[in-house]
Design a binder for this molecule. Sequence first.
Ligand SMILES: *Cc1c(COP(=O)(O)O)cnc(C)c1O
Length: 380
Amino acid sequence: MAASSQHPVPAQATAPAGGPAGDSTGGPRLRAALDGIPAYAPGRPAGEGPVSYKLSSNENPYPPLPGVLESALAAARSFNRYPDMACSGLLSALAEHFRVPVSHLAVGTGSVGVAQQVVQSTAGPGDEVIFAWRSFEAYPIITQVSGAAAVRVPLTAGEEHDLAAMAAAVTARTRLIFVCNPNNPTGVAIRRAELEEFLDRVPSDVLVVLDEAYREFVRDADVPDGLDLYRERPNVCVLRTFSKAYGLAGLRVGFAVAHEPVAAALRKTAVPFGVSQIAQDAAVASLGAGAALRERVDALVAERARVTAGLAEQGWTVPDSQANFVWLRLGEEAAAFAAACERAGVTVRPFAGEGVRITVGEPAANDVLLRTAGAFRTGR
Ligand SMILES: *Cc1c(COP(=O)(O)O)cnc(C)c1O
């Protein structure tokens, strides 16, 4: 290709017109929409002391469900091959498990990947995306990457979505609304009547995503299953993941349930071959391990009750969590609390100046957390 290097360079390549992201140093021009995007802050890993538990990323503390490791290892034998791009085995297993048509499903690299597909399918420069704040930290990142404007609607004093304010924030530019139920990081869930009233108010040409990453941990019977709500509403899309209850966070597989043509758009915007065969096969095996899944989730829900009650006894205000974590609104003490936990051997997830999200882990980890929280309260 020596000849091509001698081709005259087109004039515009050496003399950029100077767009919004124009760079006078002459480096590649990057989209101005990327300026100031907050970096995703992953939960800190467990420390290296004698006691070390990671309660900072809402992961499942248990090993893979029965049969899952075997499926994943079998799939690993073929990792010289591309995965099934259509994810046909996983789609048909999901369709059967959740009783939805295959045409209503789309998968992605975790439900964060699917959420990004949703944004790419609905919003771009000049459009608006509404979500509660504080909520899942991926929402502002994927919104800003698309070039759309993020509209953050503050949570209520009770750590709940302010659905009235979110409905009132809809404008002619709104294309998408994320509703995180239960909400990460506060754990509080929205009940059926409120959510239905909200959905009735949202214009039918605005897509509402019900992000149900923690659905399996919900025990309040008044909290609706998004899959019941989506059936009658073509502008509702439900996101689920294998990362939390199913314990496959490291494999990156999640999915959406939505009517056509939304589901078709999500398939179009997926990264080709994004979900590995190992992830696809592990997800199918996980769906088949229902009894073991229920047992583990029940154990975590019981621990959630124990942690919540223990903290409340110490005098903390703990919002009612329907997820696998609890939230303490520590304000300016958030960082100090997280540091105290780390010294004691548990890493939690602080949001500076706001609060701390604590994943419910194995009982021994929760014991350390409770002891540390008690000492922090009496010591301050
Ligand atoms: C953890 C989480 C997800 C799922 O993440 P994956 O990409 O599936 O691992 C999605 N939404 C919320 C609110 C979460 O907390």
